[in-house]
Design a protein around this ligand. Structure first.
Ligand SMILES: [Zn+2]
Length: 415
């Protein structure tokens, strides 16, 4: 993993970025010093360190997953929160490595990862995708960040300092204000709240609402002051409407949305990040992996409506980012999300959710998710056209002979 060669020119690439239903053929792309420098339908005259002929191959922007938890090293989240930070870090290294092998060069962590992990990736100490982090996800007592069981009365703030905790509970306007400020101080690039009940947590049925309107508005105010936004875990139409009215920009999951809630997201210039694969993989493997019984019982509440929610959001014109939300042993299924979405969306739209639209979700338009001069040189070469066969995205990078992040070659099986 070194920045040698410093410049590469790709010849005769067939570019797929999700904005069209067929590749743009015969393109030359020049990258240098970690960025894309030039792109041309004609011949780029250059003395690059390396020249790669991509005749017959496909060039895509590095993929973006807008909803991950890289410190979720097991599906048993209450137990995960008690693991030592060193064990969590060691296991997260494997999770991050798997992600970049699948072609993901940026992931947005929606609860758990800290600034230290982000720095370790940036410094090249951990091989993995660029991390965009929220710090700890915040919920009310008994909400989706509260993994204390019925009889557990330990203070929740204690979990705020555990690397393995995806979040913790904090209540009341002023306490939440302070907690948001603490996340921002610690390096959070956006704020993650739990505005609805959840599957993996022990005491909150899916239909429960999370946080009062005043609390939601306070978090939004603080995020805006820091020039960022709030993303909230939300399933039901009721919870989505309430959150959007309070200024929440990014709707995570949105599985039980209706048309009216979807329109409201669109009118507020909001975005959504559906996550289908987590529910499918927990349904299939949760019991064997020790996913708690009370949580298993909630999976179908959100799993069955996943595909129709995609259709509802599309009809309303809501930009959708690619998200997976996988935990522990299920991370290997990350790219299966492409297959699930393709049940109801055309292949290029599914790819766009992991490129251009994901960049919109992250507020990084023009920097990631596209092949344009000025963008990071995050690129994957594919030997199969995923527009014709979306399953080429799966197989742990089997159809991706080359993966580059910020100009650094992470994999090269060309030749
Ligand atoms: Zn999540």
């Amino acid at each position: 993993m070194s920045r040698v060669p410093e410049s590469i020119v790709f010849r005769n690439a067939r570019i797929i970025d999700g904005t069209a239903d067929r590749p743009r053929n015969g393109v030359d792309v020049l990258i240098a010093d970690g960025r894309i420098r030039d792109l041309s339908d004609g011949f780029i005259k250059t003395k690059a360190d390396l020249e790669i002929d991509l005749t017959g191959k496909f060039l895509l922007p590095g993929l973006i997953d807008c909803h991950v938890h890289v410190v979720a090293t097991t599906v048993r989240l209450a137990e995960n929160a008690l693991f030592s930070d060193s064990l969590v870090t060691a296991k997260a290294i494997g999770i991050l490595g798997g992600m970049i092998r699948r072609g993901f060069t940026t992931v947005r962590d929606c609860g758990g990862a800290d600034y230290g992990l982000q720095q370790a990736v940036e410094l090249g100490l951990i091989k993995g995708p660029r991390l965009v982090i929220s710090g700890k996800a915040l919920s009310q007592t008994g909400g989706h960040s509260d993994f204390r069981g019925r009889y557990d009365t330990r203070p929740s703030e204690w979990f705020g300092n555990r690397l393995g905790a995806l979040g913790y509970a904090v209540d009341g306007v002023e306490n939440l204000r302070l907690a948001v400020r603490k996340q921002l101080k610690a390096g959070a690039q956006f704020i993650k709240l739990m505005g609805n009940g959840g599957v993996a947590s022990p005491t909150d049925p899916v239909e429960f609402l999370g946080y009062s309107r005043d609390e939601l508005k306070t978090a939004v105010e603080e995020a805006k002051m820091a020039k960022t936004y709030v993303a909230a875990h939300l399933y039901t139409a009721e919870s989505i409407k309430r959150a959007v009215e309070c200024g929440v920009r990014c709707i995570e999951h949105a599985t039980l949305t209706d048309g009216a809630a979807a329109s409201l997201i669109q009118q507020a210039n909001g975005v959504a990040v559906p996550t289908l694969i987590i529910f499918e993989s927990l349904k299939k493997r949760g019991k064997e992996l020790g996913f708690p019984k009370e949580a298993m019982a909630k999976i179908d509440d959100v799993r069955l409506s996943g595909p129709s929610a995609l259709e509802t959001l599309k009809r309303a014109g809501v930009p959708m980012g690619f998200g997976t939300d996988l935990l522990g042993e299920t991370h290997q299924y990350q790219s299966e999300e492409f297959i699930l979405r393709h049940q109801v969306l055309p292949a290029h739209e599914v790819i766009r959710s992991a490129t251009v639209d994901a960049a919109t979700v992250l507020g990084m338009e023009g920097l990631i998710g596209c092949i344009k001069p000025g963008a990071f040189a995050d690129l994957i070469v594919m030997d199969t056209n995923p527009l014709n066969d979306i399953s080429a995205m799966t197989g742990q990078g089997r159809h991706m002979p080359m993966i580059i992040k910020e100009g650094i070659i992470h994999k090269n099986k060309l030749k």
